[in-house]
Design a protein around this ligand. Sequence first.
Ligand code: GDP
Ligand code: MN
Length: 380
Amino acid sequence: MDLFEYQGKQYFARYGIAVSPGGVADTVEEAVAVAERVGYPVVVKAQVKVGGRGKAGGVKLADNVDEVRTHAGNILGLDIKGHVVRRLWVEHATDIAEEYYASFTLDRPNKVHLGMLSAQGGVEIEVVAAENPDAIAMLSIDPRLGLDLATARRWVAEAGLTMAAREQAAELLVHLYRCYEDGDCDLAEVNPLVFTPDGRVHALDAKVSLDENASFRHPEWDEYRATETEDPREKMAKEKGLNYIGLDGTVGIIANGAGLAMSTLDVVNQVGGTAANFLDIGGGANADVMAAALEVINADPKVRAIFVNIFGGITRVDEVAKGVLEALSRVEIASPIVLRLDGTNATEGRAILAPHLNDRLMTEPTMLDAARRAVALANA
Ligand code: GDP
Ligand code: MN
């Protein structure tokens, strides 16, 4: 689960990481109230879970109440990469002498934590990594040992932070690591981490992603869940009890079993298509589940064809076939459907469908044939 910047900063603050005083605002008047409380100049910041807000006009400095009104009014409702701004974070503005980058994340293949630190912050780290990879000091951290201050001191020196910033930065990094680890984050990123002209190091931005597997020991995460802006397709799927993940492609996918669903994604890609979703309908592919799955996929305007890939094991293919027909009698589906039905009672299943096949509902003998057909329809 990703957090908004303001939530990330509140998370940071709990672990003793310096952030600017500020407050959330959902209206222009609330923004003014926060600005009056924290004192001018302030920064008015769009709260959306996407990077590059600054460049998109979602981060503005304001010196007085009129500027707060103007900027808050402009930023609320702004569309930043498909995310509409509904909430602002207003904080006391900081003078910046230097902008750094710091993050902790998982290095899965090496089974360690990875710290990244750069004296060239404020810009996207992907850009630094591409243009000037030497400017990023990488640190592998053994999770059994953690990050101690001595190591952090060597690290800030290696990254070339300005002398006067090093001790505070090293301490902040130790706190940030504790936040990342004890706080069960997948990612804790600060960009920019700033050094001010009056000699303070603090976090000006916060990108925090929490590891949902640890939610059982964090009842306080409910407050973050309440503000989660879900993909409307995923929300609809969750309401229907489906295991669904939305993707960007044009081929809607329904499969039974997570392994088969993933293989289906691969095959669709292999034959030149793109998947619109991941959807595992599990063992109980009855009419209700099939209708729900088709409805969710049907609600995605990008979908041009639907690929139903069923391998009957405990699930009986004749039941699936009945389910498909019943679902089609209930829901009007905008895209053509290609079915690959195999396994237990496949012959019976195909026989049930045979009288109903047309150019909106078709079957193919193999997974590869079905993928080709669905992708051809989606790309037509
Ligand atoms: P992002 O663009 O989504 O990463 O949003 P950030 O919170 O990182 O803000 C973008 C940029 O705005 C930062 O890199 C800073 O250069 C600038 N900025 C943000 N807060 C302040 C501030 O308090 N003072 C100044 N001078 N600049 C700020
Ligand atoms: Mn940033």
